[in-house]
Design a protein around this ligand. Sequence first.
Ligand code: 5GP
Ligand code: ZN
Length: 116
Amino acid sequence: MSFSEDCIFCKIVQGQIPSAKVYEDEKVIAFLDLSQVTKGHTLVIPKRHEENVYELSEDSAKAVFTAVPKVAKALKAAFDPAGINMLNNNGKAAGQTVFHYHVHLLPRYGKGDGFG
Ligand code: 5GP
Ligand code: ZN
C-alpha cells in the first residue's frame, strides 16, 4: 500500500489517528467527517494515497464507486435522510483541503439542515 507521510487520511487508514468507521474493505474505507455538515456526513476514500481525480487509479475508482452505494444505503438505514448529496472537490480552487481523494456523502433532511 502506498501512503503519504503527512496525509491525515493515510494516518486514518493506518489506524494512527482514530475515526468513526462506517465501512471498510480491502481497498476502501469510509468514516464520519469530523465536521458533520449534516448528520451522518461521511467520507469514502481509497486506502491508497491518490491526491485527486486526476491521480485516481482505475482500481481505486472501481473500489470507491462500488463502495459508495453500499455506504449510501447504510446511511439511509441509519439516519433516514430525505435525500443525499455526493460531492468531490479536486484542487484548492475547488475547495479541496485534504489532498487524498475522497467522496463526501451528505445526508439531507430538508430546509435548514446545514448545507445549501
Ligand atoms: P475537502 O474540503 O478536502 O473536500 O474535505 C475534507 C474533509 O475532511 C472536511 O470536510 C474535513 O472536515 C474532513 N477532515 C479533516 N480532517 C479530518 C480528520 O482528522 N478526521 C475526519 N474524520 N475528517 C477530517
Ligand atoms: Zn493519503
